[in-house]
Design a protein around this ligand. Structure first.
Ligand SMILES: NC(=O)c1ccc[n+]([C@@H]2O[C@H](COP(=O)([O-])OP(=O)(O)OC[C@H]3O[C@@H](n4cnc5c(N)ncnc54)[C@H](OP(=O)(O)O)[C@@H]3O)[C@@H](O)[C@H]2O)c1
Length: 324
């Protein structure tokens, strides 16, 4: 429905252009402007009515005075000794004042503008709350992102803590075995081997595996062989190369490479840590050797030495190396 004169004008002019097939003109009066104009018109009407009221009141008051004094209407009717027309004029004056207050005070302070102001206030308050919530949400999001990044870093650190460790006992000349067997019996070294490797994956060559009477308890064996149909006891993992062996142990934080000579040679460049028991003696007739420990690549981080005693025929040192 078309409301005001201005809207009507815009509506008619739009239709005119539509009817005669010309390009529709865009109105330059926007909604806010229209509202302002309507308000101004309303105010003018209110003030006009007040003015008319004032004039009618003046004429009416004169008429009431004349009616009583000249025409003698209700001449004898008095209240508390005062003529009735005085009360009539006072009541009318009161009504006029009420009208005046309505136009200049109530409408001014509690009219559309006032409503709009209140509405704006409310909208602003809501907007502030929304902004605050947004800020809190962003802060929370940041915290979550930070903790996610922290967790990722932790898991990366955990992954990098996954240390492939070589464990070996070697003489001064790097001898490690003879006739597919060890050359010495050092009980403390065996205890240390058991302590370090228990609960972990142990990766070995087929020959070393066969040098055991049976699989070692509490460890997962991974045996490397080139044989495609190699049969091993239940629970023993058989693979055909070193990469597959390491992959099979990827969930272990510290898988161990336990020998023998061929496997040590092929894996020394892949390992991160070296647990070496250096047996302080040389062994003629050894047929299997550990590669040289290059001190440019390996950094010694700890060493404890044990002298020979009634249980140990040779002195030995437990040395830990980390790859530089
Ligand atoms: N002192 C120590 O700490 C220590 C520790 C462990 C062992 N040892 C000693 O070391 C000796 C055994 O060592 P070793 O060098 O003779 O044998 P080994 O390294 O234990 O095993 C060699 C076998 O592993 C398999 N293999 C090697 N490289 C492979 C590859 N790239 N891909 C697939 N399979 C591969 C082959 O098995 P197939 O022939 O089946 O294909 C190969 O014959 C024994 O005397 C033992 O007592 C000493």
């Amino acid at each position: 429905m078309v409301k005001s004169f201005y809207e009507k004008e815009v509506y008619l002019s739009d239709n005119f252009w539509i009817m005669f097939g010309k390009k529709k003109q865009t109105s330059t009066i926007d909604k806010d402007q229209l509202e302002l104009i309507e308000n101004a018109q309303k105010r003018i009407k209110q003030k006009k009515r007040l003015y008319v009221h004032f004039v009618v009141f003046l004429i009416g008051a004169v008429f009431l005075i004349l009616a009583n004094t000249v025409l003698g209407i209700g001449k004898d009717f008095t209240i508390a000794g005062i003529n009735w027309f005085v009360y009539a004029i006072l009541i009318w004056l009161f009504l006029f004042i009420y009208h005046f207050i309505n136009v200049f005070i109530t409408n001014k302070f509690m009219g559309k503008d006032w409503e709009k102001q209140q509405l704006n206030k409310l909208v602003n308050q809501q907007q502030q709350r929304i902004n605050k919530l947004k800020e809190e949400f962003l802060k929370e999001e940041k915290k979550i992102a930070q903790s996610q990044a922290y967790n990722e870093t932790q898991s990366l650190e955990k992954k990098s803590a996954n240390k492939l460790t070589i464990i070996v006992a070697a003489g001064e000349d790097n001898a490690i075995g003879k006739d597919n067997d060890l050359i010495w019996h050092l009980s403390n070294d065996l205890k240390r081997f058991k302590k370090l490797t228990s609960g972990h994956h142990i990766i070995m060559g087929r020959k070393t595996f066969e040098s055991f009477p049976k699989p070692l308890p509490n460890r997962t064996h991974i045996v490397i062989t080139r044989q495609k149909d190699y049969k091993a006891p239940d629970g023993v993992i058989v693979v055909n190369n070193i990469e597959d062996a390491i992959d099979a142990a990827r969930k272990d934080s510290q898988p161990f490479i336990i020998g023998g000579g061929e496997i040590y040679k092929q894996s020394i460049n892949l390992a991160d840590k070296l647990e070496l028991t250096r047996v302080h003696a040389s062994f003629d007739g050894a047929d299997t050797f550990f590669p040289n420990v290059d001190i440019n690549i390996w950094k010694e981080v700890s060493r404890t030495t044990h002298e020979a005693d009634e249980d140990h025929n040779y002195a030995f040192s437990f040395i830990t190396y980390l790859k530089k």
